[in-house]
Design a protein around this ligand. Sequence first.
Ligand SMILES: NC(=O)c1ccc[n+]([C@@H]2O[C@H](COP(=O)([O-])OP(=O)(O)OC[C@H]3O[C@@H](n4cnc5c(N)ncnc54)[C@H](O)[C@@H]3O)[C@@H](O)[C@H]2O)c1
Length: 372
Amino acid sequence: MDATIVILDGDGIGPEVTAEAKKILAAVAERFGHNFVFNHQLIGGCAIDQFGVSLPEKTVEAAEDADAALLGAVGGPKWDAPSSPDRPERGVLELRKTLDLFANLRPVKLHPQLVSASTIKEETLVGVDLLVVRELTGGVYFGPRKEADDDFEAYDTMLYTRPEIERVVRLAAESALGRRRRLTSVDKANVLASSRLWRSVATDALADYPQLDVDHILVDAMAMHLIRRPADFDVIVAGNLFGDILTDEASMLAGSMGMLPSASLGDMRNRHSLPLGLYEPIHGSAPDIAGQGIANPLAAILSNAMLLRHSLGLEKEAAAIEAAVDAVLEEGVRTPDIKQKGAETVSTEVMGNLVVEMLKSNPDNQDVERAQ
Ligand SMILES: NC(=O)c1ccc[n+]([C@@H]2O[C@H](COP(=O)([O-])OP(=O)(O)OC[C@H]3O[C@@H](n4cnc5c(N)ncnc54)[C@H](O)[C@@H]3O)[C@@H](O)[C@H]2O)c1
């Protein structure tokens, strides 16, 4: 298959993890006989430095013309001044909005090898396999706002419309049909008007899915249930802010932020008539460890697997990446964020190289069959 993939390194550890992710894509192309063209573009702080804006027009055009895009992460203290006319994070938000990527799929799967990396008790983690579907182009991140220009008053508005809620709830319901058929809709309907609309729309839409076991949970209680009984959940659908916070919390079920990939999808189609998606680890630019070569690249690498599956329809290749990651973890290879007591750790680059080696050393595809 021929495919063009836009690579958006971003800032901080962004370029460190996308460098490894790109190696994996190149190894997949070689092993399975595909032709992937990589188109590097700027977004975030590096784009502000070079072009004065966090989302250059060239980047948008490249993403629109591509089959998929892979993003590292953006942001950092250098661009954090409240008076800045533009911010790195605005670039990512605008790209998601421009491509109308309204659903952010965040699978949270515990790799059994990482049970001890989690801060949560082993017996609570058994069976954790959930998918958070986060609404991505609405809610408080996009509603009317006022900066505290007068240093006194500022506000953000959580605004949702019926169609915005309905499309993401339906997408989550369709995902649940292909999984364990449980769907939890999260809101704050006891306090927020936008959440009362969310609950009403979700209830109406989910009436079309009698096969699903549906419940509605308030976000504050959900934060507790996610840690107390995470294995009970299958698909969780939530608004932009709630989904963002809950998935950072859920990352600890998987051991580290460095383990969670994501796919942002909408209705746009690429030249293969598949969803044009933006794929990124859920973590940020991690300025505290940037430049040290110790970031975990597995979330970015696993985002590639989602890219191949959703935007290119390459299921076997996606499973090969996931199997290679599992095999490397099985061998005890760890970056510092998932390190085992007393064990040695490897750098970002070594982790990437070992996943590539694992991918290449399995010509018979046995790992893929095992993973399926
Ligand atoms: N989509 C994005 O680009 C995105 C998402 C979230 C945050 N951000 C930005 O990132 C910057 C830093 O934010 P933050 O510190 O709150 O969140 P963060 O996700 O960057 O980091 C949180 C913690 O997790 C650790 N961590 C994150 N990714 C890791 C990895 N791959 N390997 C090992 N450890 C990892 C970091 O070292 C840090 O201790 C901010 O500017 C924020 O706006 C960007």
